[in-house]
Design a protein around this ligand. Structure first.
Ligand SMILES: [Zn+2]
Length: 195
């Protein structure tokens, strides 16, 4: 059973990972408080299938070290994504930062899939698994226009998403939460304004 309700609205592994920090009633909540939370998120995000060897078989100390490294990578990527969004481009400095992270996590390439669906996949030893997210971030930031990486328009929300809608008009992490909440607020203010 999942103890945590993870938010998978980012259209991107990298942004979903950054979105493990959420904001509720003005308070930032970290959904990754320990190794068990991380294991659940990795499962939820489908990352465990890119581990060569067994993640479950890792000893507690290795899991703890891995957890710390995942959080470090999250900080690095969060800052990087914000910075790329602010500057509107992937600068040489950003590129170097990503390359530095990429160099830390060796992987093995394998051809997966059948017939027309064949593709190259990267597999990581468990201790290098953060590399899967770094790799995804490098792909996102080198292939997607920074203008399509957005923060939710609800000022109280800190979630990010990749807007792949046709006219790039997505504004909310989720229509059912932030989108509606803001609309309800505006409606309420309009009504009050008339009174
Ligand atoms: Zn939101």
């Amino acid at each position: 059973m999942m103890k945590r309700e993870f938010v998978m609205v980012g259209n991107s592994l990298t942004l979903d990972f950054i979105n493990t920090r959420i904001c509720k009633q003005g308070q930032v909540i970290d959904l990754l408080e320990g190794t068990d939370d991380l294991s659940e998120w990795l499962e939820c995000a489908g990352l465990l299938r890119y581990v060569s060897g067994s993640y479950a078989a890792l000893d507690a100390e290795t899991k703890q070290r891995l957890f710390t490294d995942f959080l470090r990578v999250r900080d690095v990527l969060m800052e990087l994504v914000r910075d790329v969004m602010a500057s509107g481009e992937l600068t040489n400095g950003h590129k170097e930062q990503l390359n530095e992270e990429l160099r830390k996590y060796p992987c093995t390439k394998q051809i997966d899939g059948q017939e027309t669906d064949m593709h190259i996949e990267s597999y990581y030893e468990a201790a290098y698994l953060p590399g899967a997210i770094v790799d995804n971030a490098a792909f996102l930031l080198t292939t997607v226009s920074p203008s399509k990486i957005k923060k939710c328009s609800n000022e109280e929300c800190i979630l990010f998403f990749y807007d792949n809608s046709r006219n790039a008009s997505r504004r909310w992490c989720s229509m059912s939460t932030c989108g509606n909440r803001v609309k309800v607020n505006q409606h309420y203010h309009r009504k009050r304004g008339r009174e």
